[in-house]
Design a protein around this ligand. Structure first.
Ligand SMILES: Cc1cc2nc3c(=O)[nH]c(=O)nc-3n(C[C@H](O)[C@H](O)[C@H](O)COP(=O)(O)OP(=O)(O)OC[C@H]3O[C@@H](n4cnc5c(N)ncnc54)[C@H](O)[C@@H]3O)c2cc1C
Length: 719
């Protein structure tokens, strides 16, 4: 039985074979480096690299990125213009600033990986185009090659610009679009504002620009017609990159007198968000993808190892959810794909803010209102600071509404449903009519995802999976799909029916401070909603009930994802507008309004703090999180009889003691907003608060620590 790799460069074969996997086969349709790799620049030196910039916000960006990479052993420095001049005398020093990388020959890299793969026992067949992929009922694959059919345990599609065609062999439509990339060997540093890099290539300079959004050329006809046979290179088009050439001449004046030796223009595939699709693909067992790399030469080693570790150990070595191949769905239409890829490519080298909003693909479909202007990104206080604070306060004091439809929703039924869920979740499953929060863990005890579970009827569960930051209003979220994937692939054949109802069910979440939600909802239903802010008389906390609201049948869950008092209402999408209208009209007297997801997160954290709780939630949790370190003990039931995934590993870790712990710290600064996922700027609780992991020895209240933000160290204290 073979573990085979379909196509591409040998990075995956090398790492799998090195990890001791037997029978690794690499199938290459023509020659190694025949794809995009062929067009990538050559050269293999480690001269270091300097990023230069002429705008002040870049300094914040670079400091921000450097602070984030302190966790890793990277060699990088902020250097002065004088040092730059010393290292690179060709530069025009009217332009300014700093750091980074080396470079590598893609041909040599590919051949070295191939030699390494062979050394560890992998076989390479070329030319060997794969023309058919047939799944069998036992989860294996028949791979059709000119040498006959190979039966394989699993396959990895890593076919570069041909990824769509190979995907289509099994009915996938990967949302990847080839882009024409230009490179010009001119006599020439990474100029971020000029959006190009230059480096010495033998006696000359090599110049690679990243064209502007409006100038880049999309090969959209390839999406429908396939990659043309015999493709080598595109015609050169200097006009397309002339702006960048002129900026390079200004930065490096000697270029003005240099001649062009060679122009290389080849295709690269991009996804709408420019990130590759790496991992197991939902919808086909044992089918993995490693496609659509904009920068695979530099990413080859890391991605090969990442995927190999995942295949060999059964879980990813760290979280790369942003590269999940299942993040796209039927909503990824060709026009969306082209428009979004164009925008994302155009953002190559623009300032990269944390939590920034992009423009294309809007307005998203939602029932409730939202801010009329997009937030302006900043490394400091932004224009959403005020509005989010006001929204958050209204949630705490009055009654507000948010459309949370993007939350993933799954129905799980069947005779074995409870058994299956008990194996997958670290918390007990709730009794009929009740709700709880639970986590799916990986075998080595890291958090896979957080889910709100409700047992609607005996053996019938509604699972609400948190949306990722990148979710769309269509409701197909990474985490939701991962959840569904895990469910499907987790068990033996048992009697469990899982359906994705994300698109069918809307979520209107109501949150309030004080008794005002009760007042508003009571006007619309016969159900007893009475009680105070903290004591429920009729509809109790963590209960779920069918309800008629404004004449519409729905399901109400008394939990409130805001952390504040409130209900979530689950109802068919078609009824959302009517229920929203009714709620808004009923709440006029109470001063009802809309709020957004940023206020949602903010309110959640304020509530947790009020109750002295510190834990991660929503998108803050991922495969890099240990639930005990992240304060999730309350939701982990190590005493439950079922042997849930990750239980043994957690018990071992608990016995050994934790290496770090999450706690709150206060920092005395009003202006900076660090972008880590754990940070929330609680503006009405001065000074500002953040969550931070620390060694257990420095977690006690009153402990003084320092926090680095944008290159400056601030005094902070554990609270
Ligand atoms: C001009 C240019 C400049 C670039 N500059 C850089 C840079 O500076 N740094 C960087 O990191 N990246 C750069 N890139 C991007 C980089 O080249 C690509 O990300 C990388 O080469 C992609 O590698 P890959 O293995 O995924 O795909 P490819 O190199 O395209 O390999 C895919 C392989 O699959 C094979 N194949 C296809 N279909 C089948 C089939 N049915 N059966 C068997 N085999 C099949 C093909 O023959 C091919 O060899 C550049 C690209 C271009 C075009």
């Amino acid at each position: 039985m073979l573990d085979i790799y379909v196509a591409f460069t040998p990075r995956h074969a090398y790492h799998l074979a090195k990890a001791g996997q037997k029978d690794v086969v690499l199938l290459e349709k023509s020659e190694l480096t025949a794809g995009s790799t062929y067009h990538t620049v050559v050269g293999s030196h480690q001269p270091g690299s300097i990023r230069v910039t002429s705008i002040p916000v870049r300094v914040d960006e670079l400091k921000y990125k450097m602070a984030r990479t302190h966790r890793h052993p990277t060699t990088q420095w902020l250097i002065t213009p004088e040092k730059i001049k010393e290292l690179c005398p060709l530069l025009n020093m009217d332009k300014i600033i700093e750091l980074d990388y080396g470079h590598i020959d893609p041909y040599a890299l590919t051949m070295a990986l191939a030699a390494g793969a062979r050394m560890y026992g992998a076989q390479i067949y070329k030319p060997s185009p794969v023309s058919g992929l047939t799944p069998s009922s036992d989860g294996k694959w028949d791979v059709q090659t000119p040498h006959g059919i190979i039966r394989a345990n699993r396959i990895v599609n890593a076919t570069g610009i041909w990824d769509r065609e190979v995907g289509q062999l099994i009915g996938f439509e990967h949302p990847t679009i080839p882009v024409k990339a230009l490179k010009t060997e001119l006599p020439v540093i990474r100029d971020l504002e000029g959006s190009y890099y230059l480096r010495q290539e033998r006696d000359g300079m090599l110049f690679e620009p990243y064209e502007r959004e409006e100038k880049m050329v999309l090969q959209d006809s390839w999406v429908t017609n396939g990659v043309p046979p015999g493709l080598s290179e595109f015609e050169s088009d200097l006009d397309c990159i002339m702006d960048h050439v002129e900026m390079a001449m200004e930065m490096v004046p000697v270029l003005k007198n240099a001649g062009i030796i060679n122009i290389v223009s080849g295709p690269i595939t991009y996804t709408p968000d420019l990130l590759p699709m790496v991992g197991p693909h939902q919808g086909a067992r044992n089918h993995w993808t490693a496609i659509s790399f904009g920068y695979e030469v530099i990413h080859a080693g890391g991605i090969g190892k990442f995927l190999s570790d995942w295949i060999v150990t059964g879980e990813p070595p760290y979280d790369l959810i942003e590269c999940d191949p299942n993040r796209y769905g039927k909503w990824t239409t060709v026009p969306y794909m082209c428009a979004k890829a164009r925008e994302s490519y155009g953002f190559n080298n623009v300032v990269g803010y944390s939590k920034e909003e992009r423009f294309v693909g809007r307005p998203t479909h939602r029932i409730t209102g939202c801010l009329p202007v997009l937030p302006r990104p900043s490394f400091r206080r932004t224009n959403w600071f005020g509005p989010v604070g006001r929204e958050s306060n209204l949630v705490m004091e009055k009654v507000e509404v948010v459309d949370l439809t993007p939350f993933g929703k799954l129905m799980v039924k069947g005779k074995d449903s409870q058994k299956r869920l008990d194996r997958l979740f670290a918390n007990i499953m709730p009794k009929v009519g009740l709700i709880n929060i639970s986590h799916m863990l990986t075998p080595t005890r890291r958090v896979y995802t957080e889910v709100t579970n409700t047992q609607l009827a005996p053996g019938e569960f509604l699972l609400i999976a948190v949306p990722d930051q990148n979710c769309t209003a269509s409701g197909n979220t990474h985490k939701h799909l991962k959840t569904s994937h895990t469910l499907r692939s987790s068990g033996q054949v048992d009697s469990v029916d899982i359906s994705n109802v994300t698109k069918d069910i809307g979520v209107l979440a109501m949150a309030v401070a004080g008794p005002k939600t009760r007042d508003v909802l009571q006007k619309l239903t016969q159900e007893d909603m009475s009680g105070s802010r903290v004591v429920d008389a009729g509809f109790k906390f963590l209960h779920c009930k069918p309800l008629q609201l404004a004449g519409i049948d729905l399901r109400a869950i008394r939990i409130s994802y805001t952390g504040e008092f409130g209900w979530e209402l689950y109802l068919p999408q078609k009824d959302m507008a009517a229920v929203y209208q009714a709620v808004m009209e009923a709440g006029q007297h109470e001063g009802i309004n809309n709020f957004g997801t940023r206020a949602h997160t903010h309110t959640h954290t304020r509530t947790l703090m009020r109750y002295g709780l510190t834990f991660f939630f929503f998108y803050q949790m991922n495969c890099d999180t240990n639930p005990l370190e992240a304060g999730l003990d309350y939701f982990i039931n190590l005493n439950k009889p079922a042997d849930f995934i990750g239980k043994t590993a957690l018990q071992e870790i608990k016995a050994k003691g934790l290496k770090r712990k999450l706690s709150y710290i206060t920092i005395r600064t009003l202006s900076t907003r660090p972008g880590s996922t754990a940070s929330i700027f609680l503006q009405y609780l001065q000074p500002s608060y953040r969550k931070a992991y620390k060694e257990p020895g420095i977690c006690s209240v009153g402990q003084r620590v320092e926090v680095e933000m944008l290159g400056r160290k601030y005094p902070a204290m554990v609270v």
